[in-house]
Write a protein that binds this ligand. Structure first.
Ligand SMILES: Nc1ncnc2c1ncn2[C@@H]1O[C@H](COP(=O)(O)OP(=O)(O)OP(=O)(O)O)[C@@H](O)[C@H]1O
Length: 528
């Protein structure tokens, strides 16, 4: 706080027409921005409100774009900041206008049966591809925000096929969300807004309905390719189901972020079809009926995809757009930090406004509230922890000579916490909770013990008295539950091997919606 009577010097950034002010805020740099002039100014195509402070939390990287001459005030200048007139906004606007035209024609067809020369009957379905740190997420966000700001009432679907930068859930998840208002860029936790499950309703970013599917890893690989395919198929079915009943969603279309692993032509190529290329790209195109692929920068990828027979036969339009000069190359440490932030804000809600910003004079945009996560103990036998996929089964070399594996690639393995290796592996593990219906149970003599979870850290009644030891190896559920949409996430924060109990962190109090959880390779330790 400044001593009374001292006037803090006003810091003003003047923006030339068509320029952007780029910033990278560091660990101790929380800033706020407000627009002083009457011309519109945008952050990732979300218009900043006039004369209202817009907070930007530490570690955020981004750019403020102004199509005309404009002035913004900042509370302090981050160490790394500059203005540039080389922006890709005009190209993004061109792409947006083409998509908007498709949406309008689709809506006329769907609502009034007015046909068009091109035979457009539904909105655009776009997939954005590019190498790591090429600006994929930023471009998706801009295109979504441009559509949501158009005043046409679109409800564009946002597909997250990049589990390392999940649209608005936890790293390791594939997601589908349908925002109805422009998505803000005030912190790096949720690039596409916060899921309603983790944040109370508010005025700025939350309340974005989101469905998630758990890969449990940060990218598709040859090892998890079959699980990935099953998840993507399910996502595609979900999207198509929605479009069958919701004409606005069908006309609004879908914009999809993808993993940078998609740029690897040999990803998921199998020995029995060695010539197959971009297998997972073709599969995603099929699952979502994608009609346009935007390739950022990468010339070879653009040519490869333009010539790919599976895409050519479907008439997929492959368009190359330039990479923004402002995109920041994120190293492993920065990525880990983002993941940790994302998981933390899933449980604790949006970070509170830093003191240096919350004390500002003048209007401030509405911000999300924090959450009160909840910790409790649950018995090993009560919480059934499973893993999905071949990765978790014994290596082929361990099989008897001459025999080959006939196991399903999406098979379930139950984690037996009594094995010392498992206990160590489960500590700090993020688990996805899956819904179990009565018909998912495989009938067996020994029934799985699925209990109600008691809250407030109480003992789970009756557990100690249980005489018959359950077979911890047995998976009492159909395989399909492993690739089902998830209900939420928990973290195992401690393990008591003597009492055979896990301590669990859950985003909200009350009993768990299900006691069947899927583990992956995502871990989290709260270091905030
Ligand atoms: N024009 C810009 N000015 C400043 N920063 C930018 C600009 N465009 C993107 N960034 C920042 O660069 C970083 C990387 O961009 P982004 O996350 O969009 O890339 P990506 O290709 O999706 O990355 P990933 O490899 O994680 O999938 C992000 O922090 C983003 O905010």
């Amino acid at each position: 706080m400044l001593p009374e009577g001292t006037q803090k010097e006003q810091i003003v950034v003047d923006l030339e027409p068509g320029s952007e002010w780029r910033f990278e805020s560091e660990a101790d740099e929380n800033i706020a921005i407000r627009v002083l002039s009457h011309e519109p100014v945008f952050i990732n195509s979300e218009e900043l409100p006039l004369a209202t402070w817009y907070p930007i939390h530490r570690y955020t990287k981004g750019a403020i774009y102004s199509p005309t001459q404009a002035r913004v005030e900042v509370t302090s200048l981050p160490a790394s900041q500059y203005t540039s007139t080389s922006t890709i906004h005009p190209q993004l606007l061109n792409v947006h206008l083409a998509l908007e035209r498709t949406r309008l024609l689709a809506r006329r067809y769907l609502l009034s049966s007015i046909t068009n020369a091109e035979g457009i009957q539904r909105g655009p379905r776009v997939m954005v591809m590019g190498p790591p740190s090429s600006g994929k997420t930023t471009i998706v966000k801009n295109l979504v925000n441009l559509a949501l700001s158009s005043g046409m009432g679109w409800t564009v679907g946002v597909g997250g096929l990049d589990p390392s930068s999940p649209s608005n859930l936890i790293p390791g998840t594939l997601s589908l969300s349908t925002p109805s208002h422009p998505i803000p860029t005030h912190h790096l936790a949720h690039p596409f807004g916060s899921p309603p499950t983790s944040t109370p309703s508010n005025t700025l970013s939350a309340d974005i309905p989101t469905i998630g599917w758990w890969l449990g890893g940060l990218e598709p690989s040859n090892k998890n390719a079959e699980v990935w395919k099953a998840l993507v198929d399910r996502m595609g079915q979900e999207w198509n189901k929605r479009c069958e009943t919701d004409k606005t969603a069908l006309a609004s279309g879908l914009i999809m972020d993808t993993s940078s692993a998609f740029t690897n032509p040999l990803l998921a190529t199998k020995k029995d079809d060695p010539k197959a290329r971009y297998t997972l790209v073709s599969q995603a195109v099929d699952a979502f009926d994608i009609d346009t692929i935007l390739v950022i920068g990468h010339e070879k990828l653009h040519i490869d995809l333009s010539r790919l027979p599976s895409l050519q036969s479907k008439g997929v339009n492959v368009v190359r757009i330039p990479k923004s000069g402002g995109v920041v190359d994120l190293d492993d440490q920065a990525r880990e930090l983002v993941h940790s932030f994302q998981i933390r804000s899933y449980f604790y809600g949006e970070p509170p406004l830093p003191i240096e910003i919350s004390n500002l004079m003048g209007k401030m945009v509405g911000i999300d509230g924090s959450l009160n996560p909840y910790s409790f103990q649950i018995g090993w036998e009560t919480l059934v922890v499973l893993r999905v996929g071949e990765e978790n089964s014994a290596p082929s070399s361990a099989l008897p000579l001459g025999s080959s594996r006939t196991l399903s690639p999406t098979r379930l393995t139950r984690v037996d916490p009594s094995g010392p290796a498992h206990v160590v592996r489960l500590l700090n593990t993020v688990l996805a909770i899956v819904d179990i219906k009565p018909e998912d149970r495989i009938k067996s003599d020994k029934k799985p013990k699925i209990e109600e979870v008691k809250t407030e850290g109480e003992e789970i009644e009756g557990q100690e008295e249980e005489e018959e030891e359950e077979d911890m190896e047995e998976v009492p559920f159909v395989e399909e539950i492993g690739t089902r949409e998830v209900l939420g996430f928990i973290v195992i924060t401690a393990i008591d091997a003597q009492k055979k109990k896990y301590t669990i962190l859950s985003p909200s109090p009350g009993k768990l919606p299900s006691t069947v959880a899927i583990a992956g390779s995502i871990e989290w330790v709260d270091s905030a």
